[in-house]
Design a protein around this ligand. Structure first.
Ligand SMILES: Nc1ncnc2c1ncn2[C@@H]1O[C@H](COP(=O)(O)OP(=O)(O)O)[C@@H](O)[C@H]1O
Ligand SMILES: O=P(O)(O)OC[C@H]1O[C@](O)(COP(=O)(O)O)[C@@H](O)[C@@H]1O
Ligand SMILES: [Mg+2]
Length: 532
């Protein structure tokens, strides 16, 4: 069997042989994209019985082959192999790790007497250690949220690489010039990750550490590097933002790599989301093409939580926590007004994770609207009709809407930001206006208050759980680079820390699966019906 495409493996799903674009189990399908970590899927919509099933590339896996499962597992192993320096430099020399927690004296002193090491210390990860990607064994493809490979939902093992320090390293610390860069929008925890990368590099013995200012733009000629050390970063995590600054857009990959080579950078730590990681992978490939022994390691930063395969990305927990303040204010405003309606818009360009989790956490949301679940505002099943019911029965209501939801109601401008992301219209303002209009026309106006806390949330410092996540991710990024890996990113998967090849986590944005238990829990909590 040839190599399976990323679209099929790891995520997909259900009876390829029995599913077509128009029906599944007799339920007619309306074709719009849906579902968690699943591309090419069909959403089967039936009031109160919403299902998502896959429209996989049906011909790619031959389930009549008795060997399909082992072939699948082998193929998965290959896809999730993490690129190593030895792949292109078979003669690359390794050294005993300078990272050893039994050393009492700082290892950043000169290495004239050789590298300190302690063979008795069992703190290293073996390169063959693996973490299981999927941990639920579904007994039926109809189980809620089931992610199946074949029609019988057979148990298939999908193993990924465990992160952490290796016994052998592929860089001499005194030869390393490490650079850190933060790209895209702000996200709580950036400073925590920067800080931990610097601290861990110093523990290995690296002395040349710099920050590249304002994202990839900093590789342009006019911006100077920022020297970093433990002293510089010691307290940076006490405030939000990024010590280095962020930006969108910037030079092309070839110019970035030219600049890295001019500066002598041989380790690059890239903090950013999908776009940033696409850039990091392109930089990694370009460096390989040029035969450069450089490690490029990503740390996923996305407040929207839209990176594939990970339990969560840093900053997300903090965002959900901070969103509570906005929701609570909206609730109090709505509750204290005569026929009061609170509307809160939360981040999430293509993924409703923040809105969903914030709704769940607050217990104050009556209607949660996310990009993954289509809705109507008007009509017999529309949001406004339900809102009317809520005002009649409860006297007030609170709506939480993700920024990417309901874009079909807004005029498209085709405007893009410097990174090429579509600039969205403001769905919060639109909903506010439509509610006002609707109730005015009904002859019983509603008192609508709209809150958009986006930039207040993004600028926060990380909370405790994100602080821990950032710390571990930062450490693992450094361990990965020293171990000789490149073109990888770090993450948390089923509570364990892992390394993943970049292309696997950015092939499309991770979204909320409308058939997942979590979305069902959210619906249970809000009590909202389908709005179609
Ligand atoms: N496909 C791509 N290839 C190379 N660089 C990219 C790509 N997409 C975005 N970038 C660059 O990555 C940086 C961050 O991208 P952006 O989409 O703004 O944020 P995020 O990384 O959070 O998705 C920008 O400097 C942008 O120019
Ligand atoms: O106003 P900006 O800086 O362009 O950012 C807006 C975007 O930033 C985000 O918070 C996420 O940005 P990133 O993709 O860079 O992480 C989105 O939710 C939002 O659309
Ligand atoms: Mg992006």
């Amino acid at each position: 069997m040839g190599s399976l495409s990323p679209a099929i493996i790891s995520n997909l799903i259900l009876p390829a042989k029995t599913v077509d674009r128009t029906s599944f189990n007799g339920i007619s399908a309306s074709v719009f994209p849906c579902a968690g970590d699943r591309p090419n899927v069909i959403q089967l919509s039936k009031r109160s019985s919403r299902r998502c099933v896959a429209h996989a590339e049906k011909s790619a896996i031959d389930f009549s082959d008795p060997e399909w499962k082992s072939k699948f597992e082998d193929d998965f192993e290959k896809r999730f192999n993490i690129p190593h320096m030895r792949d292109i430099f078979p003669d690359a020399v390794s050294y005993p790790s300078t990272f050893c927690l039994r050393m009492r004296t700082p290892v950043s002193e000169e290495f004239a007497k050789g590298y300190p090491s302690d063979e008795e210390w069992h703190g290293y990860i073996n390169k063959n250690d693996r973490v299981l990607l999927k941990v639920i064994r579904y007994s039926s493809p109809t189980s809620a949220g089931a992610e199946c490979i074949d029609p019988d939902c057979t148990w298939v093992e999908q193993w990924i690489h465990r992160a952490g320090p290796r016994e052998k390293i592929y860089f001499k610390p005194e030869d390393v010039k490490a650079a850190i860069i933060t790209c895209g929008g702000l996200c709580p925890g950036l400073n925590d990750v920067i800080r931990q990368i610097v601290i861990t590099l110093e523990i290995y013995g690296v002395k040349k550490i710099v920050g590249i200012p304002f994202g990839y733009r900093g590789f342009g000629k006019e911006l100077a590097e920022i020297p970093l050390s433990r002293k510089v970063v010691q307290n940076v995590h006490l405030s939000g933002g990024s010590l280095l600054g962020v930006s969108r857009g910037g030079p092309n990959v070839s110019e970035i790599v030219d600049s890295m080579q001019e500066r002598g950078i041989n380790m690059l730590f890239v903090l950013g989301g999908n776009g940033t990681h696409a850039g990091a992978n392109a930089i990694h490939n370009e460096l390989r093409k040029r035969g450069s022994k450089v490690a490029v390691v990503g740390v996923p930063k996305t407040i929207d939580n839209d990176i594939l395969l990970m339990d969560k990305t840093f900053g997300f927990d903090t965002a959900v926590e901070e969103a509570q303040r906005a929701i609570n204010s909206a609730y109090i405003e709505a509750h204290s007004a005569y026929r009061g309606v609170g509307v809160v818009k939360l981040m999430g360009r293509s993924s409703g994770f923040i809105a969903m989790q914030a709704a769940l956490a607050s217990g104050q949301i009556d209607i949660c609207l996310i990009p993954e679940v289509p809705f109507e505002l008007h009509g017999p099943h529309g949001v406004l009709k339900h809102l009317n019911y809520l005002l009649e029965t409860k006297g007030s209501a609170v709506i939480c809407v993700a920024e990417g939801a309901g874009q079909n109601f807004l005029e498209k401008t085709n405007a893009k930001d410097a990174s090429g992301n579509t600039i969205f219209g403001d769905i919060g303002v639109h909903i506010q206006q439509e509610i006002k209009k609707y109730f005015k026309e009904l002859g019983d106006p509603a008192d609508v208050k709209y809150i958009d806390p986006t930039y207040m949330i993004r600028a926060c410092r990380a909370n405790a759980s994100d602080g821990i996540l950032c710390t571990v991710l930062g450490q693992n990024a450094v361990h990965g680079a020293f171990a000789g890996y490149s073109g990888i990113t770090v993450g948390i998967c089923n509570t364990h820390y892992v390394y993943l090849p970049i292309p696997e986590v950015i092939s499309y944005p991770r979204t909320v699966d409308p058939n997942s238990r979590m979305w069902h829990r959210c619906l249970t909590s809000t009590g909202q019906p389908d709005f179609i």
